[in-house]
Design a protein around this ligand. Sequence first.
Ligand code: UDP
Ligand code: MG
Length: 329
Amino acid sequence: MATPVLPSPEIELSVVIPVFNEARNLRPLVEALRPVLDRETSGWEVIFVDDGSADDSLAVIRDLNRADARLLAVSFSRNFGKEIAIAAGLDRARGRAVAIMDADLQHPPAVLATFLARWREGYSMVYGVRSDRNGESQLKRSFARAFYKLFERFGETRLPEGAGDFRLMDRKAVDALCLMGERARFSKGLYAWIGFRSVGVEFDVADRLHGATKFNFRKLFSFAFDGISSFSTVPLKIATYMGVLIAIFATGLATFYALRTLLFGTDLPGFPTLVVSIMFFSGIQLISLGLIGEYVGRIFAEVKRRPLYLVGEHVGIAEDQQKKPAAIP
Ligand code: UDP
Ligand code: MG
């Protein structure tokens, strides 16, 4: 594990912002954020994590840094995904508290004032809870609902519904998160898993300022599966349970046929039943195999112990603030 970045006493709050192709949003974001931070904190830094943007997000950030040295950035060598971008930001945050927010102004900077107030009351973790999901399609909402239900059933960790990445954490919580070296990062689960005294704060999700969301259905689906598979092995047990049930059923059926043949002799019909049942059970076997394969694949990804991310460059981040990506001994 790399040496931890030492918190700096002058910095009360670090704000970590994952950025993927958000060039047009960055200036308005900083305009909205800076007055809030100036007013609400005794000292702050913003750490943008450029997650391999293809537009000129990084150039904009460099400009912003020249004008205000409290606006820092780490830029990845390619797109590693939002979860990993957050990890890189947390690795470099020096504040006594660290907030995470999106770059598209969907997370209103003004809410940070409430976050800070709750933190000063003594909460380790203050998370934003979206007061409604109105901006989202009906389909997306019912998927989200189903996911939370499933996670509750399977996972050993309880997720507060409607809580996302918009949150503030104290040093203890940040250090705990930085210890997690896993590649399939499901932050929502990790936040809940580490525990600490937490409280939710409701906020209204604003509309995205420019551009479109980067999370389509396919991405959300694989994200959801990542979430369940990294916090639960229940799906693996489902195969076992199903196997046991089917075996019991088959034994019963075999006995029934044996008795019937002994009592009444035999006749040949039953061909469709045979085909259907063979196909059905092959299907179940393949699904179970695939499920096991998913877990094996994830184990493979974890045991390779590749670095979590690769840094292309740092903007305004001094040597001693540059943590090497978590390489596990
Ligand atoms: N993001 C990122 N890497 C990605 C996708 C998204 O860093 O691969 C950032 C993005 O720039 C934004 C935040 O994650 O700051 C949330 O993304 P988005 O607004 O697309 O997601 P949504 O609000 O729809 O959940
Ligand atoms: Mg967004």
